[in-house]
Design a protein around this ligand. Structure first.
Ligand SMILES: *Cc1c(COP(=O)(O)O)cnc(C)c1O
Length: 377
């Protein structure tokens, strides 16, 4: 079925990016962050490509995302790190999903689920080394370790990971990076002294930015997300050889000739300065084309860049095509790798004052993801 718009996802690019990151990670294992529908690229097909590229583990924020991977037939180890009250912990244990905990309340909830299901919970304990988001503050860390060791002695949990997350890894040289690494060392030492560390316990802290710039942050495993999809974690430092995986296209829905002085779209923020041809692009803010793109972002149509003309609506926006002979059904490229002169996701992010993560994760569910270059697994 032809659709008004589609996001093509190049799985070969994802395999290439993961292999490149794996090389950058030295001997460390790679856990691919596939939360938020693999950053909007499609959960199961992308996770398979991530594993084919050399990842040995997957990471999601919520348990539901991990369960969707299991339903999709993915058997690799998966860690879910954002567990809030009343999440389906029983199902996670039954499906062998590894869980993160950062306080004794959640440890208790996980232990109860382990007793109910008869499954030993595989836990990664998260330390807050200075981001002040998830994680256990170092002051409370010894207490968390002690409680975890009691539960381990009872046989309801296993401690298989110790981890943390950087606040500023994408700002090279930021003083918090060294401070967080020092705090992580302290957390690891305390775990060792308590008897919660050891060679079987995986230590991890590196996101994409740390994976490509901080060899000292690799530890046993790196946890990249954005870079796997080919988007630079530190755009100021270049593309690191990554290949963007997503190309967002639409087909022009309507073409019409209008006179000079025509006000275009809501609030008439754009007015034609001569007789011209307008094209309707069937993507709007409900599909993740931010309203803020009005008059700022560009698309490629008929071999030329065109500005989003007038306000982005819920389902559509207009482009001004001048006298170019474009027709309904012709392709418009919003962004892609950039090889054909189309804007990149990075360009959209820069234009809109945001990061690439936000552009790709917001592409809505009305836009089908078309996965190309599937592997042979
Ligand atoms: C999202 C996330 C990652 C990946 O971050 P990127 O910046 O996309 O590489 C890694 N770890 C955790 C805990 C995350 O939430």
């Amino acid at each position: 079925m032809a659709t008004p718009a589609q996001a093509r996802v190049d799985l070969a690019a994802i395999r290439h990016n993961v292999a490149l990151l794996k090389e950058r990670a030295g001997g460390a294992e790679l856990m691919g962050a596939v939360k938020a529908d693999a950053y909007g690229h499609g959960l199961v097909p992308c996770s398979e490509a991530v594993l084919e590229g050399g990842a040995t583990r997957l990471g999601t924020a919520f348990i539901r995302e991990a369960l969707a991977l299991r339903e999709g037939g993915v058997t690799a180890p998966i860690l879910s790190w954002l567990i809030t009250p009343d999440e389906p912990i029983d199902a996670a244990l039954e499906q062998g999903v590894e869980l993160s905990a950062a306080d004794e309340r959640l440890l208790g909830e996980i232990a109860a689920a382990a007793r109910r299901t008869g499954r030993t919970a595989k836990l990664h304990l998260e330390a807050d080394t200075g981001m002040s988001r998830g994680g256990c503050p170092l002051a409370a860390w010894p207490g968390l370790l002690a409680r975890a060791l009691e539960l381990r002695a009872e046989g309801v949990i296993e401690i298989i990971g110790l981890w943390s997350h950087f606040a500023c890894a994408d700002i090279p040289g930021h003083p918090s990076i060294e401070q967080q690494l020092e705090a992580f060392e302290t957390a690891l030492k305390l775990a060792e002294q308590a008897g919660a560390a050891g060679s079987h316990v995986i230590r991890h802290i590196a996101n994409s930015a740390a994976t490509v710039t901080l060899p000292g942050a690799r530890y046993d495993l790196v946890r990249p997300g954005i870079a796997m999809y080919g988007l630079s974690p530190i755009p100021e430092l270049g593309d690191f050889g990554l290949r963007p995986a997503m190309t967002l296209t639409a087909r022009i829905g309507l073409v019409k000739r209008v006179p000079e002085g025509s006000g275009v779209s809501y609030a008439h923020l754009y007015t034609t300065d001569r007789e011209t041809t307008l094209g309707l692009v069937p993507l709007g803010y409900a599909d993740g084309i931010l309203r803020h793109a009005t008059g700022r972002a560009e698309v490629l149509a008929g071999g030329r860049r065109r500005l989003v003309a007038g306000r982005v609506c819920m389902d559509q926006f207009m482009i001004d095509m001048g006298d170019d002979p474009l027709a309904a059904g012709d392709e418009v490229v919003l962004f892609g790798p950039g090889d054909g002169g189309e804007p990149t996701v990075q360009e959209w992010a820069d234009t809109l004052g945001t990061i690439t993560h936000e552009i790709v994760t917001r592409i809505g569910s009305r836009v089908p993801r078309i996965h190309e270059h599937k592997g042979s697994r």
